[in-house]
Design a binder for this molecule. Structure first.
Ligand code: SAM
Length: 273
C-alpha cells in the first residue's frame, strides 16, 4: 500500500538530510525513536513547534548545529562507569592480556569505541598502571579512543574533569593519578600519554584492527539492530586472537558474532574471541 507522507514527515526527512550534510551524521542507522527524542530536546530549547520550524531555525542560526550535535550524540559518561564491570576488567581481563604479552614485543592495544570525553580510555590506562606498577613504562601501551563528535575529542585530549565525571573514582586513585586545582581534576601526564584520540564514525569510518580489547559501551544502544550486528562482527574481526570485547551493561550481543565469541563474563557483558 502506498504510504502518504504528511508534511511533517517531509520536514523530518529534510531535517535528516540537513543533519547528514552539515554534521556528517547518518541518521538512517539510528533508531528513529532515539533520534526524534533527541531532536525534540532542541526543538523545545529553541521554541520550535514542529520539524518545519526547527529547520527554519537551523537555517537562520548556524551555531545551532553544534548544540544539536551535542544533543544527538549523548556524551554522558564518567570514570569507571559501572564499577563492577571494571572490577572484572582489573582482576581478569587486563591480567590475561598482560600474561599473553610476557614474551616478545610488549605491545598492548586497546580501543575505546565511542569514547566521549575519554574517561573510558583513561580508566583502562589507570588500571593498567595500577597492575603493572614500575613495569608500566616497559610496555608499549596504546589506547585508541574514537568518537564521531570532534568537539568531544578535544575534551578527551585535554583530560580535565569535573566532580560529576569523577563520581565513581575511589579516593586513592584521585590522589595518585590526578592533580586537583580546586575546581577540575587534571589527569597526570604518565597516564594521559598512553591514550590517543581521533574522530571516527563507527558506521561509515575506517575499520580498525589489531586490538587486545575493544570497549564499546553505551553507544550501539542507539543503533538499529542490523547495524548493531554488523558492528559486533567488525569488533570480532578487529580483535587479536583471544581478544576481549566489552559492551555496555544494558546492551546485548546479537547476530553472527554471538556464535563466534566465547562468553567470558556475560553478566558484565564481556566476551572473548
Ligand atoms: C553515552 S557515550 C558513551 C561513552 C562511554 N563509552 C561510556 O560508556 O560511558 C556515547 C558516545 O558515542 C558516540 N557516538 C554516537 N554515534 C557514533 C558513531 N556513529 N561513531 C562513533 N561514535 C559515536 C557519541 O558521540 C558519544 O560520545
Amino acid at each position: 500500500m502506498l504510504k502518504i507522507e504528511s508534511s511533517e514527515d517531509q520536514e523530518y526527512m529534510k531535517l535528516k538530510g540537513l543533519i547528514k550534510k552539515n554534521l556528517g551524521f547518518n541518521s538512517e542507522q539510528y533508531k528513529d525513536s532515539h533520534f526524534k527524542r533527541r531532536i525534540d530536546v532542541r526543538m523545545r530549547a529553541t521554541g520550535s513547534k514542529n520539524f518545519g520550524e526547527y529547520v527554519q531555525y537551523l537555517n537562520a542560526h548556524k551555531d545551532e548545529y553544534q548544540q544539536l550535535m551535542d544533543t544527538l550524540t549523548v556524551n554522558v559518561t564518567n570514570f569507571f562507569r559501572n564499577s563492577e564491570t571494571y572490577e572484572v576488567v582489573e582482576k581478569e581481563v587486563l591480567p590475561a592480556i598482560i600474561k599473553s604479552k610476557s614474551t616478545g614485543l610488549r605491545n598492548i592495544r586497546i580501543w575505546s569505541a565511542g569514547c566521549s570525553i575519554g574517561v573510558e580510555a583513561y580508566s583502562i590506562a589507570i588500571l593498567l598502571h595500577k597492575i603493572l606498577g614500575n613495569n608500566f613504562s616497559r610496555y608499549n601501551i596504546q589506547i585508541t579512543g574514537t568518537d564521531i563528535d570532534i568537539d568531544i575529542i578535544k575534551r578527551a585530549e585535554d583530560a580535565m574533569y569535573s566532580e560529576v565525571e569523577m563520581k565513581e573514582v575511589p579516593a586513592d586513585i584521585r590522589t595518585k593519578y590526578f592533580d586537583h586545582d580546586g575546581e577540575r581534576y587534571h589527569l597526570k601526564a604518565e597516564i594521559k600519554k598512553v591514550a590517543k584520540f581521533r574522530r571516527n564514525d563507527l558506521i561509515s569510518g575506517e575499520k580498525l584492527t589489531g586490538f587486545d580489547a575493544i570497549f564499546c559501551r553505551n553507544v550501539t544502544i542507539y543503533f538499529e539492530k542490523q547495524l548493531q550486528e554488523r558492528l559486533y562482527m567488525d569488533f570480532y574481526n578487529g580483535l587479536n586472537k583471544d581478544g576481549f570485547f566489552v559492551m555496555g551493561k544494558t546492551e546485548t550481543l546479537i547476530g553472527p558474532s554471538k556464535d563466534l565469541f566465547k562468553a567470558f563474563n556475560p553478566r558484565e557483558r564481556i566476551y572473548q574471541k
